[in-house]
Design a protein around this ligand. Structure first.
Ligand SMILES: CC(C)=CCC/C(C)=C/COP(=O)(O)OP(=O)(O)O
Length: 567
């Protein structure tokens, strides 16, 4: 890591100004933007790949394609190869080949359940996970053969640590009512923790530690790939072509992200919003990471730019509603956003004029950027989503003004929307080209279980890590306060119960993922909703990594976009 980068790793502090409800302006003294003009540097302006590297990447891609086709005769090797390709972050190059291979595996799946085969827990779990990841509807009964008469997993399995890790990863694909996977999760978590307690620091131990924190299906894809590439390198059985390809591909994408960040940073600087709205969080780079978390593939470059712009503007909007504006001013702004009309500007206070104008102008720019696609209605859905966001923010502001503490159910109906995913999902469709059909927008507008689930996860995880500070500065009751007051329980118990709701929300997402087929909702469309849930786990696991972005979040950004993998 360069010293320029490491000097950015400074601790941050945040202090709240005491506040009262009503019309007093509050203040949060948010930590400042830590990136400054960093990405405006000309070093990030271009992304030239040397011809030689380009040629090598193409050759390796062909070699891996051949490996995928030729290993059909060796079913175990084929599954392991597909898993490695996916975990190394290379699967987007081989969507068709992987789908064809897994179609065949699925066709034979029921025969395997009834057969007397003595496959080990690793291979059974791996096959199960790969099929569910690919959205096949398969039963979990195959795991029955690893349990004793009481239905508990056999103790002998604990000797096979690789198998345990594989079963653990599979258990994260569980849906409601799948008791055996519930037991698999408890059994493997306990035993894997024990295994690393007696650890010798090997790459397997590091892989287990990482998986216990971020299981593959629930992790932010690029971060998981970066971690897996390093761990794969230390595996003496690794395939050198795959490893080299993964590293080059990772580094090439980093160059693309740097260029995108350069351009977005320029847009942000020229907009000059922070000069007038200094009460708000200034988080352009972190907002870009949300966009990158939704989709990382090169074809979504425009999508990432659009998402970043809308996330940045939503972040400011959140601070206007939650912090700076008086209630009367919020009535004006909510009304103006509902009307979406330049003529509304004149009725707004000065600082809101600046915001409102930037919002409308940014949407005009986005409309132009996506005019090359086939869906003339897309921008309409995007505007409606932003109007809803404002209405729901206003709802929370009203609760705050009235000092009203809703029940947890009432709160989550609003809070899961203000968690932003009902906005960011349709926004992410805008830059996806023709796959983002009117049907896709209508699907997301129908509030599918997956969207509700990811909103609940975002809201609860965010509230658990940020409610103390937010309450100090003055904020609508969070999920934690709502739960504590409704059930008259201490904070710890409220947190535990809310964490159970997060686990259940994941099951809802997985059920929706498996039950809606690729024909109903294309993978790429569904994945953007799924990735938003994964982002909550990334940003809100131990702290509010969006607001306080100087620690873990900064390290994450460095490894995602700045630090190349050594070749
Ligand atoms: C998910 C992202 C990156 C959204 C854009 C910015 C934003 C509103 C962050 C959440 O802030 P918060 O923690 O203050 O939210 P709330 O006020 O809703 O709790």
């Amino acid at each position: 890591m360069s010293s320029q980068i490491s000097s950015l790793l400074l601790p941050q502090q945040m202090s709240a100004s005491p506040s009262i409800n009503g019309d007093a302006r509050r203040s949060a003294n948010f930590p400042p933007n830590i990136w400054g003009d960093y990405f405006l540097s000309n070093t990030f302006q271009t992304m030239e790949m040397e011809n030689e590297v380009e040629k090598k990447v193409e050759e390796m891609k062909e070699e891996v394609r051949k490996m995928l086709i030729t290993c059909v005769e060796k079913p175990f090797e084929q599954l392991i190869l597909i898993d490695s390709i996916q975990q190394l972050g290379l699967a987007y190059h081989f969507d068709i080949e992987i789908k064809e291979a897994l179609d065949d595996v699925y066709m034979n799946y029921n025969n395997l359940i009834t057969s007397e085969s003595n496959e080990d827990i690793h291979i059974v779990s791996l096959r199960f996970r790969l099929l569910r990841q690919q959205r096949y509807s398969i039963s979990c009964d195959i795991f029955n053969k690893f349990t004793d008469d009481e239905g508990n997993f056999k103790e002998t399995l604990t000797k096979d640590v690789k198998g345990m890790l594989s079963l653990y990863q599979a258990s994260h694909m569980r849906m409601h009512g799948e008791e055996i996977l519930e037991r698999a999760f408890a059994f493997t978590t306990t035993n894997l923790r024990a295994a690393i307690n007696n650890s010798n620091g090997s790459h397997e131990d590091r892989e287990i530690s990482y998986a216990l924190k971020w299981p593959f299906f629930k992790a932010m894809p690029r971060l998981a790939s970066r971690n897996y590439i390093s761990s794969y390198e230390e595996d003496p059985l690794h395939n050198p072509t795959l490893l080299c390809f993964a590293k080059l591909d990772y580094n090439c994408l980093q160059k693309l992200y740097q260029k995108e960040l350069h351009e977005i940073s320029r847009w942000w600087k020229e907009l000059k919003l922070m000069e007038k709205l200094s009460f708000a969080r200034d988080r352009c780079v972190e907002c870009y990471i949300w966009a990158l978390g939704i989709y990382f593939e090169p074809e979504y470059s425009l999508g990432r730019t659009i998402v970043t712009k809308v996330v940045v503007l939503t972040s400011i909007m959140d601070d206007i509603y939650d912090l700076h504006a008086t209630f009367e001013e919020l009535q004006l702004l909510t009304h103006a956003i509902e009307r979406w009309d330049d003529t509304c500007i004149k009725g707004l206070p000065e600082y809101m004029k600046i915001y409102y104008e930037a919002l409308l102008d940014t949407y005009k720019g986005i409309e132009q950027d996506i005019s090359k696609y086939d869906n003339p209605y897309a921008i309409h859905y995007a505007k409606e989503a932003m109007k809803r966001q404002a209405r729901y923010y206003f709802f929370e502001a009203k609760w705050y003004k009235e000092e009203y503490t809703p029940t947890i159910e009432e709160y989550l109906r609003i809070g899961r929307v203000t968690a932003c995913y009902s906005l960011f999902s349709p926004i992410s469709f805008l830059g996806m080209g023709n796959v983002a059909s009117t049907e896709a927008f209508e699907w997301i507008e129908s509030d599918p279980k997956a969207l509700v689930g990811s909103g609940v996860i975002g809201r609860i995880m965010n509230d658990i890590v940020s409610h103390k500070f937010e309450q100090e500065r003055g904020h609508v009751a969070s999920a934690v306060e709502c739960y504590m007051i409704q059930y008259n329980v201490p904070e710890k118990e409220a947190r535990q119960e809310l964490e159970k709701q997060v686990t259940n929300a994941w099951k809802d997402i997985i059920e929706d993922y498996i039950k809606s087929t690729e024909n109903d909702v294309p993978n790429t469309i569904f994945k953007s909703v799924l990735n938003l849930a994964r982002l909550s786990d990334t940003f809100y696991k131990d702290e509010d990594g969006y607001t306080c972005s100087g620690g873990e979040t900064k390290r994450m950004i460095i490894s995602l976009v700045l630090d190349p993998l050594p070749i």
